[in-house]
Design a protein around this ligand. Sequence first.
Ligand SMILES: [Zn+2]
Length: 321
Amino acid sequence: MKVIAIDIGGTKIASALVTFDEAGACAVDHVGKVPTCAMEGGPAVLVRVIEQVRARLEDAAGEEISGVAISSAGAIDPATGDVVSSNGKMPGWGGIRLGSEVTAATGLPCRVLNDVHAHALGESRRGAGRGYASSIVVGIGTGVGGAFVGGEHIMLGAHMEAGHIGHVHCAEAAGMPCDCGATGHLECIASGTAITESYIRFGGVGTYERDGETVPMDGAEINRRALELDDGNAIAAQQLAGFALGSVVAGVCSMLDPDCVILSGSVINCGHYWHDAVAQGFAETAMEPLRGTPILLASLGDNAPLIGAAEHFVRSAYADI
Ligand SMILES: [Zn+2]
């Protein structure tokens, strides 16, 4: 079975042909990427999405396409394919009837999943979590997101908000204001953005020279400073973030007891200071029977949401659990 998979984010729209063979393997071909230009508004983004579907249809060169599988930013109602709401990074995206608009324009059936959920489903079923019955997937990048995948299903929750591990309270972030409006949440201390903020708060510089230009400090440079320069502020910022993450993940494991934990996102590219701190935070917080829960690293990279959306389409098995 072959589907067109689309991943709609705040900065880019990725697309591909995803093929599942009879042995259960999947292949991703004809990957395309275009800018989202989200500030042009929801209807303009929808036009670009449909253009990408048509471009991949041409790539398929007459091969049978079963439908369109979409991973999208924003709160998504998977039953209808509607974008229920979106944040300020995608103005006017909320309210777009994405699934039915794509079907109307192309004649193809369409199923839509939130991008965090699609990413988690892809990694759980086809990536690092393959062979495990259930997993908690935690994405650590600009923010911190997550999902619980049990069997074929993603836990959605009563308000479609299940899995927001970045907005669990943690001691290390006590009193810090969070983007969600509350205080003291994991994201305030464990996201990539937070690592840079901690580095500067600890006394590190806010800019550095790259290719002859002065640019704002970033996670990759902090990681280099930790590993190559033994920069104490860089090491401390990574350790604080990693320990907080590990301890909150352990708490969530106490609640859900998954077969594995999968870490993904740009922050997993940090070196050993961060990884060791995650392991330490987990070990110090986890209940004894859960201490052996495997903590795995994501393996699908940018293809995870495309594969997850396709998996969702193919299985048509989305349900709350
Ligand atoms: Zn929060």
